[in-house]
Design a binder for this molecule. Structure first.
Ligand SMILES: *Cc1c(COP(=O)(O)O)cnc(C)c1O
Length: 417
């Protein structure tokens, strides 16, 4: 995926120096092999247990990434009609799509029902009522799993923990049975499963296994109430290594889930919605050092990528490794805060990094394949960066850099002549 040769950092067989020179910086670079290898790890870990891997589109929604996953046979987890249209545009199969999210609009439901998605993960009674009505209007039945909130502590950053009672997500466990009974009486609804998603960047099996246990109890209660379900959707959330984290590997994670479901003695297919763990480590953000400066307390490496290009460090105080792509170091290394051009003190990519660098050097921010480009913005009127996909010794620009004119393309000036 990313490797060093003569100290120089490569993406597969392409030197990142070449991409920085030809495409410019800032720029996202993804490894095709890295993405495919992780998707296959999920698929093979299931062995013959019936499963659906629905890649969480929000982690990285570039069409080329969606297409290569579609070609592997992946399904998709979406949270908006925009993501649905991306999946369809990329050649994804509508019947493989799971629709998550707390605020689905009627027009989004209509579109998803019309193309025939696999399942709606419903997050409230009000949503259930709206979905039932929209489906009836179209003369179809909406396939539904109710997303329950198992109230487990995923021990992750509060902004990405979704399985606690305080969170806006899902229906509380103690209201779930009543919600299913209501759904069972609705002509526009067809119940197919039970769903949950407890958070992101989760580093141990325990919260996942706790959640499975609670979901299986609910499945038992449903069976007793004559509401059979055929699938368990256990969401995404497996963490990756940004620094020294030790998440379970994909095989261990999947085997643990399969075993826990198997022990229940129920024949349930398993749906997973992994995002970060498929694309996160398969991407970097390249950024060039514009200036080095120091004050009495700190050395700064001022680079050409900012919080508008990569938001995670500013938003979650997330730590991502930052390395020089030409290598070197040792004795000449100094401690830098790596900061961007945006006019915000929080515009930081990383603090206190030991780097041997000069003005003009290119740095790689590692682990930038998930929640990187997709969270970028035009803040400070900065065109969003290009995305490059590397495949062996070739690379393709799969999204070009935005132009300055595109910044104001949708705007108008009503008072001008
Ligand atoms: C964000 C999200 C995912 C993906 O989470 P990762 O941590 O990237 O694996 C899956 N399902 C739902 C419902 C989500 O909101």
């Amino acid at each position: 995926m990313f490797n060093r040769r003569d100290q120089k950092l490569y993406a597969e067989d392409v030197p990142l120096e070449l991409i920085a020179a030809e495409v410019g910086t800032p720029c996202y670079v993804y490894s095709r092999a890295g993405i495919e290898q992780r998707w296959r790890a999920y698929d093979s870990a299931f062995a013959d247990h019936p499963h659906h891997i629905c890649y969480a589109v929000k982690a990285n929604s570039n069409l080329s990434v969606l297409r290569l996953l579609a070609q592997l046979g992946s399904g998709f987890d979406i949270v908006s009609v925009g993501e649905l249209e991306r999946v369809l545009r990329a050649g994804g199969d509508a019947h493989s799509v799971v629709f998550s999210g707390v605020a689905k609009r009627a027009d989004e439901m209509r579109r998803a029902l019309t193309v025939g998605i696999r399942c709606f993960d419903v997050e409230s009674l009000a949503e259930l009522a709206r979905l039932g009505a929209v489906a009836e209007e179209l003369g179809v039945q909406a396939p539904v799993a109710i997303r329950v909130n198992p109230d487990v502590d995923a021990a992750t950053h509060p902004y990405i923990a979704t399985g606690l009672t305080e969170a806006k997500f899902g229906i509380a466990m103690n209201q779930a049975l009543a919600a299913y009974m209501q759904a069972a009486g609705m002509p526009g609804i067809s119940i197919t499963g039970v769903a949950s998603h407890i958070g992101s960047q989760i580093l141990s099996m325990d919260p996942f296994l706790d959640a499975v246990g609670r979901l299986l109890e609910l499945v038992g209660d449903l069976a007793a109430a004559d509401i059979p379900v055929t699938h368990l959707d256990l969401g995404g959330g497996l963490g990756i290594r940004y620094r020294d984290e030790l998440p379970p590997d994909i095989n261990e994670y999947v085997s643990g889930l399969v075993e826990a479901v198997g022990q229940s003695g129920r024949r349930l297919s398993i749906t997973l919605e992994p995002g970060r763990s498929i694309v996160g480590e398969a991407g970097v953000l390249l950024t060039r050092v514009e200036y080095l400066k120091s004050n009495a307390r700190k050395n700064f490496a001022v680079v050409d990528a900012g919080m508008n290009d990569l938001l995670r460090p500013a938003l979650y105080d997330a730590w991502q490794d930052i390395v020089s792509i030409r290598g070197g170091g040792g004795a000449d290394a100094r401690c830098y805060d790596v900061v961007g051009p945006v006019c915000e003190t929080g515009d930081i990519l990383g603090t206190e990094r030991l780097l041997a660098i000069e003005q003009g050097d290119v740095l790689a921010v590692m682990g930038a394949g998930a929640y990187g480009w997709v969270m970028s913005s035009n803040y400070n009127s900065r065109p969003r960066p290009p995305e490059v996909l590397v495949d062996g010794d070739r690379y393709v620009v799969v999204r070009r850099r935005e132009t300055i004119e595109e910044l104001w393309g949708p705007e108008s000036m009503p008072w001008s002549k």
